[in-house]
Design a protein around this ligand. Structure first.
Ligand SMILES: Nc1nc2c(ncn2[C@@H]2O[C@H](COP(=O)(O)OP(=O)(O)O)[C@@H](O)[C@H]2O)c(=O)[nH]1
Ligand SMILES: [Mg+2]
Length: 218
């Protein structure tokens, strides 16, 4: 079920996302704060702190140190915007739910992320990350509820699948889908370590980008 990394051996395969140009276009720190103004379609990446979001972004864009991989989770407080191929924007949302900060600080993610989701006119969808080894937390559930409430098109990526036995990956995806009442085919198995799932993710992101905004339909 998992495919191995797309190295030179299978470079003949079609890559759904070839990166020709990558540009950091700024950060947004408060809900009413500055953000880059573009007309380009946007896809945002969300997940609890330490879920592997930076590592996933690096794999997605095939850069080693594009997003900083951190051993001190819970530090990124901003939304970071990156323009890709002058065609669309990737948004790295702040990781939420880091356990070792106070409850009050832990709740801080919500207004910023919720405000962004409600306001961004160019947002096409969210890539929501879950750690393959952990059950969804209260914060994860809040996030899924919020996405459902707002009707945001959502891709769910299960990260760090290399930490499971290969035979455990598919059953684990089914369990997570069941717990969160998601469609199995909404989930993508991913490993930043092996590269498994990178092309599936790239394809899913490109299909979100290609869709009209769900807000336009409302
Ligand atoms: N085994 C394994 N470790 C990973 C993977 N992705 C991230 N990690 C590790 O998990 C930790 C947090 O990763 P990071 O990308 O900074 O997570 P973020 O806080 O969500 O941005 C780091 O120690 C990474 O090396 C993965 O696919 N497999
Ligand atoms: Mg990070």
């Amino acid at each position: 079920m998992t495919t191995q990394s797309s190295g030179p051996a299978d470079s003949g395969k079609h890559d759904p996302l070839v990166i020709r140009d990558l540009e950091f276009i700024g950060g947004m720190a408060t809900v009413d704060g500055w953000r880059p103004q573009t007309e380009l379609p946007e896809v945002a990446f969300a997940g609890r702190s330490n879920v592997g979001k930076s590592s996933l972004l690096n794999r997605l864009v095939r850069r080693k140190a594009f997003a900083r991989v951190s051993n001190t989770p819970g530090r990124t407080r901003e939304l970071n915007f990156f323009k890709v191929n002058r065609e669309f924007v990737l948004v790295d949302l702040p990781g939420y739910g880091y356990a070792r900060v106070s409850k009050a600080r832990r709740a801080e993610w919500r207004p910023l992320i919720e405000g962004y989701l409600r306001k961004s006119a160019t947002l096409r969808g969210i890539v929501q990350l879950l750690d393959a080894r952990h059950d969804p937390t209260d914060d994860d559930r809040q996030m899924f509820d919020l996405l459902a409430e707002l009707g945001v098109p959502t891709i769910v990526v299960v990260t760090k699948t290399d930490k499971l036995k290969a035979s455990q990956v598919a059953p684990r995806l089914l369990t997570l889908a069941g717990e969160l009442e998601l469609d199995d085919d909404q989930l993508i198995a991913f490993s930043a370590t092996t590269g498994a799932g990178r092309d599936d993710l790239a394809e899913a992101v490109m299909s979100l980008i290609a869709q009209p905004s769900w807000k336009a339909e409302a």
